[in-house]
Design a protein around this ligand. Structure first.
Ligand code: URP
Ligand code: ZN
Ligand code: ZN
Length: 458
């Protein structure tokens, strides 16, 4: 395998940014030093000049749904498309989800998802394992022990979707799950929307079902209530809680309240809850902006942005769940619009831009949120999320000063649209390196389906 020397970059991890060179050998980081001479290179090796560029650990999108089969359809970015667009966005690892399949236990469900992903993934990946109500039984504790031995330590639960069987309805079962997670050192990640409140609003709803109503049918109060109720159970079990895709100021306040009570709460938000507001749901293409939880008010964007600046969030991830324009626009009824939007590719450019607009935020903060902290929380650090010598040479080279405008035509999702259309951003990924192999350089993609590896969580 050829060696790569990256010279003159601003080498940035979660703690510092220093001008340095990086040498990659056999897929690993061999050296990070102030000056590495070109003479270390032999014929066939590669020299990359990163003058003026940020050289950072590959981004980790800790919340993706590539090839999600749901509601009688499948998302348009499968593993090949997802890997490709991720590489364009400087993402070298994703943490996707293994559904808890009906009729299968957790181990069978994990094996099923791993089989699905194996041949298509061109970047590395690991999985959160769904634990759903329809499959909950007294053997869960034993199943979790085996799951952990298979390299999956993060669990995903839903606090809503009773009709699909996702919701674990029995409080004792939930307490049991959190207690098992604590016993085994596993992390419970929760999609927080309080189902009784959502069902009550829906049952009494007199309005229409346009895309704009989606936000009213699933209000911020439901997010806050779910965080409060499920957080209380986590407190009883003395087990940390990870809140996925926090969308609202009320949700963030509920997280703050739990922390005051002594619970360790890890919080994730997404670029769309930071930068898009619910007015997007109005108009003829409102369906394109439907995801769950829904977009909120401008004041929610601002409160979440403050939360990011104040280090109240551990992770920014995208919840990438892409459908084509045709799939999205096939319904204008918010009960049947396929929920989810693309985002893995846009994440770094959006966050670099946000950082530039907020002097208190550093590039190390960006690296912490999209690489180091997800790697640590999900058990793949320092192999991922670091620039330590001897770890995987997953490296993103970002030109922090390139200004460009996001359009439907300059992103790579098979959805053929970006929810951030028209956003003027600063920062473009030049090169993406996965375990020492350049998989994207200057707009050309070199990833190979099947070369992505499943990374075990420790
Ligand atoms: O609308 C969304 N977010 N779809 C993906 C599934 C989920 O709930 O995260
Ligand atoms: Zn969710
Ligand atoms: Zn999701």
């Amino acid at each position: 395998m050829k060696r790569i020397l990256i010279r003159n970059g601003l080498v940035t991890d979660d703690r510092s940014s220093v001008k340095a060179d990086v040498l990659i050998e056999d897929g690993l980081i061999k050296a990070v030093e102030p000056c590495i001479e070109d003479s270390v290179l032999q014929e066939g090796d590669e020299l990359l000049d990163a003058k003026g560029m940020i050289v950072m650990p590959g981004a980790i999108d800790a919340h993706t749904h590539y090839h999600l089969v749901s509601r009688g359809t499948v998302t348009c970015d499968s593993f090949r498309e997802g890997s490709r667009l991720a590489a364009f966005g400087g993402v070298t690892t994703v943490i996707d989800f293994a559904d808890h399949n009906k009729g299968q236990d957790l181990l069978q469900s994990l094996a099923y998802r791993r089989d699905e992903m194996r041949d298509g993934m061109a970047i590395d990946y690991t999985l959160h394992q769904g634990v759903y109500g329809h499959g909950y039984n007294s053997t869960i504790g034993r199943q979790l022990e085996i799951l952990k031995s298979k390299g999956v330590k993060t669990l995903k639960i839903f606090t809503t979707y009773r009709n699909t069987g996702y919701l674990i309805e029995n409080r004792d079962d939930l307490l049991d799950l959190f207690r098992n997670a604590r016993r085994l050192g596993m992390l419970v990640c929760a999609h927080c929307e309080y189902n009784p409140m959502i069902e009550e609003i829906s049952d009494n709803w007199k309005g229409d079902f346009s895309p704009a109503s989606h936000a009213l049918l699933r209000p911020a109060e439901a997010e806050a209530k779910a965080i409060e109720v499920f957080g209380q159970i986590a407190l009883e079990a003395d087990c940390p809680l990870y809140v996925v895709h926090c969308s609202s100021e009320k949700g963030l306040n509920a997280i703050r309240d739990l922390r005051k009570k002594g619970l360790v709460v890890y919080a994730e938000t997404t670029p769309h809850y930071l930068f898009l507001e619910k007015s997007k749901l109005n108009g003829p293409d409102g369906s394109l902006f439907v995801m769950t939880p829904p977009l909120r008010e401008r004041s929610d964007n601002e409160a979440l942005q403050d939360g990011v600046l104040n280090h109240e969030f551990h992770v920014i991830a995208t919840d990438h769940c892409a459908f084509t324009r045709e799939q999205k626009l096939s319904s204008s009824d918010c009960r049947t619009i396929y929920p989810g939007i693309p985002g893995s590719e846009e994440m770094l450019a959006l966050l670099n831009t946000f950082k530039d607009e907020h002097p208190s935020m550093t590039m190390s903060d960006v690296v912490r949120l999209v690489s180091t902290e997800p790697a640590k929380l999900f058990g793949i650090y320092p192999q991922k999320g670091s620039l330590e010598v001897g770890t995987d040479a997953d490296i993103t080279i970002l030109d922090p000063s390139e200004k460009w405008t996001l359009t439907d035509n300059n992103v790579h999702s098979a959805s053929h649209y970006t929810p951030y259309r028209g956003f003027k951003v600063c920062g473009k990924v030049r090169t993406t390196i996965l375990r020492g192999k350049i998989i994207m350089n200057d707009g050309e993609y070199y990833g190979e389906p099947g070369e992505g590896r499943f990374i075990e969580q420790h």
